[in-house]
Design a protein around this ligand. Structure first.
Ligand SMILES: NC(=O)c1ccc[n+]([C@@H]2O[C@H](COP(=O)([O-])OP(=O)(O)OC[C@H]3O[C@@H](n4cnc5c(N)ncnc54)[C@H](OP(=O)(O)O)[C@@H]3O)[C@@H](O)[C@H]2O)c1
Length: 264
């Protein structure tokens, strides 16, 4: 993909809500055809109909639970079979708050399945066509939580640290083959993420929040500019810079006090 041209066909995972839905809407408006992936068929079909009507794009729906190996395999197959796909946005993901020891292990492993295993497998499948054709790009959605160990969100933060390090290293391997990998670290973004994570964010001040549209727009601009790491939002870039100056041991204990939530 040339750095400035809109992608021809993009696959967006987690397109049924939040940041993924915004990616789909912005890309369709710019003339990109889409393959929308998530579990909620009704929401995906509704979005596909709207984007077809509003922008005249071709929009396919692929209903899949990315934690289920057979369903994930079908999404991988689509990436391998369709050489027109020149953008993969690995956006599907979620977190679960709570003490690791007290949470059911399956809930923690589910995050690894979606945020790490699925993202890695889909990236591999996309590169099977992008690398030989020397065209394409991958946008992986991590989180500012990736930048620090986060007590009571430990598995989520660790999965996102994987996404950052994997993506930065991978870009080094692929950039000489015409494929750019961009990793995005959003901060607090108004989506369904917090309610799904059972995280009470009501005490967070207004200035920390971004909209899903802003995150998607900044991510696409960074990718089009060939940037490897994108931290959307000035507030998040300032926080990331300041926290990089403090010792990790001090930060982990501070963050632990902030993230420990009273349980009823
Ligand atoms: N919002 C924030 O504050 C924030 C901050 C940093 C990073 N992020 C990251 O941003 C990404 C998008 O999240 P969001 O904020 O837009 O939250 P969201 O509104 O909850 O959207 C999450 C999306 O992921 C999909 N998904 C979740 N589990 C899935 C599975 N097993 N298989 C297939 N699809 C699955 C959901 O669709 P279905 O339920 O239909 O499957 C939904 O479309 C995530 O990777 C998240 O970690 C969010």
């Amino acid at each position: 993909m040339s750095k400035s041209a809109a992608p021809t066909l993009a696959m967006v995972t987690g397109a049924s809500s939040g940041i993924g839905k915004s990616f789909a809407e912005i890309l369709a408006a710019r003339g990109t055809d889409l393959i929308l992936v998530a579990r909620n068929r009704e929401r995906l079909e509704q979005l596909a109909t709207t984007l077809r009507e509003r922008h005249g794009r071709s929009v396919d729906v692929l209903v899949a639970d990315l934690e289920q190996p057979k369903e994930l395999a079908l999404v991988e197959q689509r990436l391998r079979d369709d050489v027109r796909i020149d953008l993969l946005i690995n956006n599907a993901g979620y977190g679960v708050t709570g003490s690791f020891a007290d949470l059911p292990l399956e809930r923690s492993l589910g995050q690894v399945g979606c945020n790490v295993v699925a993202l890695t497998r889909l990236t591999h499948a996309a590169l099977a066509t992008m690398k030989p054709s020397r065209r394409g790009g991958i946008v992986n959605i991590a989180s500012t939580a990736a930048l620090l160990p986060t007590p009571y969100f430990s598995v989520y933060a660790a999965t996102k640290a994987y996404v950052v390090n994997f993506s930065l290293a991978l870009n080094e391997e692929t950039k000489g083959h015409g494929v750019t990998v961009t990793v995005v670290c959003p901060g607090f973004t108004r989506t369904e993420f917090q309610s799904r994570a059972d995280y009470d964010a009501t005490s967070m001040p207004g200035f920390v929040w971004q909209t899903a549209d802003d995150v998607a727009r900044e991510s696409l601009a960074a990718h089009a500019a060939g940037r490897t790491l994108c931290i959307p939002g000035l507030q998040n870039r300032v926080t990331a810079a300041l926290t990089s100056l403090l010792p990790k041991s001090l930060l982990v204990s501070l963050i632990g006090r902030l993230t420990q939530q009273p349980r009823s």
